[in-house]
Write a protein that binds this ligand. Structure first.
Ligand SMILES: C[S@@+](CC[C@H](N)C(=O)[O-])C[C@H]1O[C@@H](n2cnc3c(N)ncnc32)[C@H](O)[C@@H]1O
Length: 362
């Protein structure tokens, strides 16, 4: 009886805490609802038109885009309430501040985020498939997702690669930049749409790049992108798994945000080791994470654990072994995978708020 009383008092909600929690939840629901409006604004070219126009009205924006004025007016109001668009009440005009323009309108900016919202769209579209994976334990393959995941992933990661890959990550590896400049053979494994491969091919014209991914439609798209970027002569793409891609004698192997998606990362790592020259390097980029769950309970961990639940962990479970490292694997767990594959040198070369960057050597 006494413990029942205790339990009840422990469960009694504190009105102030409840109020604060409701405030947070209203903010979160608004953010989640706004995500669809970001996808809409991105697809319809509204952000880019706003950036081009400068301070404008819904009437002028409708004229510039050929879209329905009444719906644009509502979208602008929602965007202003979200603080994604700036509203000048005195002038009755909407605009993008320089910061908002970088995030929503400039595809080449290092902080462009609008494209990444396509990835969030996949989480909602594929929720029934993920629910099935929760019941079956059989996972959900990367290839089984809605197509918006593939494009959203490319657009979410590309700005970070633009900002960091050539300027910071490669220089953080011992001797790799010089080899790439002189002419090296490079594998980009789990390359998706090839954003990282193409970027390196543009930066190091003397080197040869081989992108591999088990997802054939992504490889098709990577080939098209390489041709459009004018690097098809030195960036080639092939459908192949990380555990069995062809070729040997690579100076550099790269995996960008894909090792934890694999079912058998130890076999993939062992295959990489076999395909590298004895003095070759593996550049491993994974989502930023601390080793302990409690240290990842922050906005970045929230985003990555969520993506990991909906995408990465079921993707790994769907493959042989199904190790399911998760997108917040952290350095200690990654080190175990690398060492199990026979590599002897593993160090954190650098990091960003979103990425851990490792140098791995045989
Ligand atoms: C999160 S995406 C990253 C794609 C790309 N590296 C990027 O940064 O944009 C993970 C990629 O790993 C690929 N992948 C998953 N398991 C694989 C495997 N066993 N072998 C090869 N690729 C795999 C998926 O098809 C997907 O393209």
């Amino acid at each position: 009886m006494a413990s029942e009383t205790l339990d009840r008092s422990a469960a009694a909600p504190d009105p102030d805490k409840l109020n604060a929690f409701m405030g947070k939840m209203v903010g979160d629901m608004g953010a989640a609802m706004s995500a669809a409006l970001v996808v809409l604004g991105d697809h319809l070219g509204l952000y880019k038109a706003l950036a081009e126009q400068g301070p404008t009205t819904s009437i002028d924006l409708a004229e510039a885009t050929g879209l329905n004025e009444r719906l644009i007016r509502e979208w602008l109001a929602a965007q202003a309430a979200a603080e994604y668009v700036t509203y000048d009440a005195a002038a009755g005009r909407f605009s993008l501040s320089p910061e908002q323009a970088l995030v929503f309108a400039d595809e080449e900016s290092p902080v462009f985020l609008a494209g990444g919202f396509e990835l969030l769209q996949a989480a909602f579209r594929d929720e029934p498939k993920v629910a099935k994976a929760f019941r079956s334990g059989l996972g959900l393959g990367w290839h089984e997702h809605d197509v918006c995941l593939f494009r959203g992933t490319e657009r979410f990661f590309r700005p970070g690669y633009n900002a960091n890959l050539v300027a910071n990550w490669i220089p953080a590896l011992q001797g790799v930049q010089a080899r790439l400049e002189a002419g090296a053979k490079v594998a980009d494994i789990g390359c998706g749409h090839g954003a990282s491969t193409i970027l390196m091919a543009q930066a190091y014209p003397n080197s040869r790049f081989h992108g591999f991914d088990y997802h054939a439609p992504s490889i098709e798209r990577a080939r098209e992108a390489a041709a459009a970027a004018g690097v098809a002569d030195r960036a080639q793409f092939e459908t192949a798994s990380a555990q069995a891609y062809p070729g040997e004698g690579f100076d550099l192997a790269c995996i960008f945000d894909a090792l934890h998606d694999m079912g058998d990362p130890v076999s993939a790592a062992a295959h990489i080791r076999g395909s590298l020259k004895p003095d070759g390097t593996w550049l491993l980029v994974e989502p930023f994470a601390h080793d302990d769950l409690a240290d990842n309970l922050n906005p970045i961990g929230r985003m990555f654990y969520s993506a990991s639940t909906m995408i990465c962990t079921p993707a790994s479970q769907s493959q042989e072994v199904g190790l399911a490292l998760g997108a917040q694997a952290g350095e200690a767990r990654l080190r175990k995978v690398i060492e199990a594959a026979g590599f002897t040198r593993f160090r954190r070369a650098t990091e960003t708020p979103f990425n851990l960057v490792f140098e791995v050597r045989p």
